[in-house]
Design a protein. Structure first.
Lengths: 264, 207
């Protein structure tokens, strides 16, 4: 078999019947989620259909410029989501976090494609967009936790931060403890999921490969490689995001600017 | 040492200090009093550069306090806040960390050798060093913060309600330690009525 079996219109209809179960449950339990679930489902379908057609076109053309521009678009959307969901001020964070994500994700994906997969054409659509998407999705999740927690905890524990400054700490010395805590919070889910991988869940990459016709032994090699790539891109992107934003987030007295955190 | 000239500070339309002038001389022991919310803590925060005045100037040793020299001023003053959120983890490591800061590393060995003596003066057992800060009581944390400030080997102290969780015996011990040392310049916010008999203090009443 080559490639996964296609899903017919009838299959998709059966799939939407399955949706009735959560819908009825939500309606019966009066969770008030019917509307938001329907909107999300419709959004998902529309977005995926559009992306499906678009990716068909991108994969066929396989042009390095178009591939890169699409990957950049993915990165931008991810960065917007990171800043919005970590409750930080967009105007203040957009440029530095975007810069950090471009560096971290392009570096990891190109490294992966060149040194690990040994591609001749490292900007190949299939690899760059698929691998890039997985790496990016995880950077996104980790940065929402890591970057958001970093600034929120300095703001919340302002007294502790001031106390460290009063002991004679430089800004770097005073922030070290906060950065450490945020890194742990951001990395823990990835580390925990690595430890149970394959037993508790068959990860997405493997599922995709097996359905796509790869033998399990090839699939696990890719899975190991992608997990390490995710770990690398996560730690690089959080570090760079903090390094690039810290300079402009404090005044010259070392006090966190009020304008850094978005009003609720 | 410190001189404040016509300081005005307001938080969202509310004046905390208005055209406030004051001078702190070397070796003075000043007790800051006034009802809560009057700006006592704000005064400390202004002097340490954690807040900037809306108007007026602050001088330290005749130099205008600026974003450049504030970092040196913070290395001259030992501050004990009323907030007991001083850190986490093992107590010995906490003291080590303070003394491993670049600003304090030069006297690390020297200061650590005084640790036992200070612990015993403030009635804390050595075994406490093995505990985590989170496990300490309010009164223990308060004394830990005081000891940490003394390990810095500085002679200007900003002390913000540092005896609020201590019993009478310990309050006297702590206040005697700071108010009777002729080398110390002390700015103390306190609600205690106790002042050692032979201490020369000056009251700064904010209202």
């Amino acid at each position: 078999m080559h490639g996964a079996q296609n899903l017919s219109e009838f299959s998709m209809l059966m799939c939407s019947l399955l949706l009735l179960i959560p819908l009825l449950g939500i309606w019966y339990l009066k969770l008030g989620l019917v509307k938001s679930m329907l909107i999300s489902t419709i959004r998902m379908i529309v977005q995926l259909v559009l992306v499906g057609f678009f990716l068909e076109f991108v994969f066929q053309l396989n042009n390095w410029l178009l591939n890169s521009v699409w990957f950049l678009t993915m990165i931008t959307v991810a960065v917007l989501s990171v800043i919005k969901n970590s409750n930080l001020r967009l105007r203040h964070f957009l440029v530095p976090v975007l810069f950090s994500f471009i560096l971290a994700n392009f570096f990891v994906v190109l490294y992966f494609n060149y040194f690990i997969v040994n591609l001749n054409f490292v900007l190949d659509a299939k690899y760059m967009i698929a691998i890039g998407g997985m790496v990016l999705g995880n950077s996104l999740r980790a940065n929402i936790v890591g970057l958001g927690d970093f600034y929120k905890s300095i703001s919340k524990d302002e007294q502790l931060y001031f106390y460290k400054l009063s002991l004679g700490a430089s800004r770097f010395e005073a922030l070290r403890g906060f950065a450490k805590k945020s890194f742990i919070a951001a990395m823990n889910p990835t580390i925990a999921s690595m430890a149970t991988m394959g037993i508790v869940s068959l990860p997405g990459m493997m599922t995709g490969q097996i359905l796509g016709g790869s033998v399990p032994l090839v699939a696990i090699k890719y899975q190991i490689a992608i997990m390490i790539a995710i770990l690398a891109s996560t730690i690089i992107s959080i570090s760079l995001s903090i390094i690039f934003t810290v300079g402009k987030s404090f005044n010259k007295y070392g006090v966190l600017l009020k304008s850094v955190i978005a009003d609720k | 040492m410190f001189k404040l000239e016509h300081i005005t500070k307001q938080f969202s339309d509310q004046y905390v200090l208005q055209d406030f002038s004051f001078e702190i001389l070397q070796g003075e022991k000043i007790i800051v009093s006034g009802r809560s919310g009057i700006g006592k803590t704000t005064l400390f925060r202004l002097l340490l550069g954690f807040e900037q005045p809306d108007d007026g100037r602050i001088y330290f040793e005749d130099q205008l306090l600026t974003e450049t020299n504030i970092w040196d001023i913070r290395r001259r003053v030992a501050y004990v806040s009323q907030d007991l959120n001083i850190g986490r983890g093992n107590l010995q490591a906490f003291f080590n960390e303070t003394l491993s800061l670049k600003a304090n590393i030069n006297h690390k060995t020297d200061s650590l050798s005084r640790l036992t003596e200070l612990m015993s003066y403030f009635e804390l057992p050595d075994s406490l060093l093995l505990k985590n800060i989170e496990e300490l009581s309010g009164g223990e944390k308060q004394r830990v913060a005081i000891i940490n400030a003394l390990l810095l080997k500085r002679d200007i102290f900003f002390l913000d309600e540092i005896t609020s969780a201590l019993d009478k015996f310990l309050k006297i011990k702590v206040l005697d330690y700071f108010l009777l040392n002729p080398d110390f310049t002390v700015l103390l916010i306190s609600h205690d009525n106790y002042v050692p008999e032979n201490a020369q203090t000056r009251i700064l009443k904010l209202d």
